[in-house]
Design a protein around this ligand. Structure first.
Ligand code: MG
Length: 373
């Protein structure tokens, strides 16, 4: 039985990453970066357990993709690590940051070979550039860059992190707590991805898969008197609106379900429950914007959408163009890639009796292309 647990920290906010996709969710082939890194490192050694720490809201989607132990992160790297350590039962723990994507097997082997030499084993690299401190040149031989992964004794690391003081790596906490640290040679392939441009230099990363994902959505709302009618994000001249917990924009609701379907992210009721008072009479455009932000966050871009409004009343044709120009920008989509269609039921059924309106929608997504932007 292995005496080593792997902890991967993936709860960072990636705030220096100036694209709508969160760094952890950039696609490497099909896999989000966090899963690519997890699979890559777990192939290098037989770990007793593998723990990935992530933002609490991302855990349900991560669960669909893997069977490692997923733990909710805290507000800082250190709090995230403390949460993960609560699940560790082995005497040793290897901790790395998910943004160090291309760690090589020989670095992991060097760390494991040195595990009994100190409380914490740390990969370091020297610097080749001239280093200034203020205006003064300092001897670069004395400067070391500290990387992760670091291998620590679990009990020593737990005690060292049981403090309000924040440390940027495990070894600093362990040494401040009276523990010992030793060094192995680091590897530039373990350098951290901080900016989107850093990705191009990492040879282990393959381009995102060019596949298209399609989803469908369907919704019906009955009419309700003395309520304004909003359909496709547009105010419609009508004596009644739609009965609903929200503003009742049945077209946007079907569209949201199509988008969530394409991304495999459940449905509108899971995202915005109609029992939640926060969504009472809410403008469905706000719900669409939140859905789109989420889809971007998880690595997708919207390619196309098609909406069919099935209504005997109101007459939709005069509003179709305005709907297109209202909804397309909310999806960061050219209006030329959004189609709105209207049809009737030739007076058949409840729609034909003018009791309500039905909408079907289709949406296509592709992965954000981090190579070409
Ligand atoms: Mg609805």
């Amino acid at each position: 039985m292995s005496d080593l647990t792997l902890i991967l920290l993936a709860a960072g906010s990636s705030s220096r990453f100036k694209v709508p996709v969160k760094k952890q969710w950039l696609r490497i082939g099909h896999d989000p970066l966090w899963l690519f890194v997890t699979n890559r490192i777990t192939k290098m050694f037989l770990f007793a357990n593998i723990i990935v720490v992530a933002h609490p809201e991302e855990l349900p989607f991560m669960q669909q993709m893997c069977d490692v132990t997923l733990v909710a992160g805290g507000e800082t790297r250190q709090r995230s690590l403390r949460n993960a350590l609560a699940h560790v039962t082995t005497p040793y723990v290897l901790v790395s940051d998910i943004a160090r994507a291309c760690i090589a097997p020989d670095l992991i082997a060097r760390l494991i070979a040195a595990k009994e030499q100190a409380d914490c084993i740390v990969p370091i690299l020297g610097v080749n550039d001239t280093i200034l401190y203020g205006d003064e040149t300092i001897a670069r031989e004395s400067i070391k860059r500290v990387q992760t992964p670091q291998l620590s004794r679990t009990d020593v690391l737990r005690l060292a992190l049981n403090t309000m003081q924040e440390y940027t790596d495990e070894s600093s906490a362990i040494v401040a707590h009276g523990g010992t640290r030793t060094y192995v040679e680091g590897d530039i392939r373990a350098d951290k991805i901080t900016h989107i441009d850093d990705l191009a230099s990492l040879e282990c990363l393959e381009a995102p898969c060019a596949m298209t994902f399609t989803g469908n959505g369907f919704d019906i709302h009955p009419f309700e008197e003395s309520k304004p009618m909003v359909l496709g994000g547009v105010r419609i001249d009508s004596p009644y609106g739609f009965k609903a917990h929200s503003d009742g924009d049945v077209a946007i609701h079907a569209l949201i379900d199509a988008l969530l379907g394409a991304a495999c992210m459940g449905d509108i009721g899971m995202l915005f429950p109609d029992t939640d008072e926060n969504y009472k009479n809410i403008d469905s455009k706000v719900l669409l914007q939140r859905c789109v932000a989420m889809i971007h966050h998880f690595g997708f871009v919207i390619s196309h959408a098609d909406i069919t409004i099935i209504a005997q009343e109101p007459k939709v044709a005069p509003y179709k163009e305005k709907m297109r120009k209202t909804l397309a920008p909310l999806m960061h989509l050219s209006p030329a890639r959004l189609n709105i269609k209207a049809t009737t039921t030739e007076h058949l059924g409840f729609i034909g009796r003018k009791e309500g309106v039905g909408v079907i929608a289709t949406a296509s997504l592709h992965y954000f292309d981090w190579i070409n932007g």
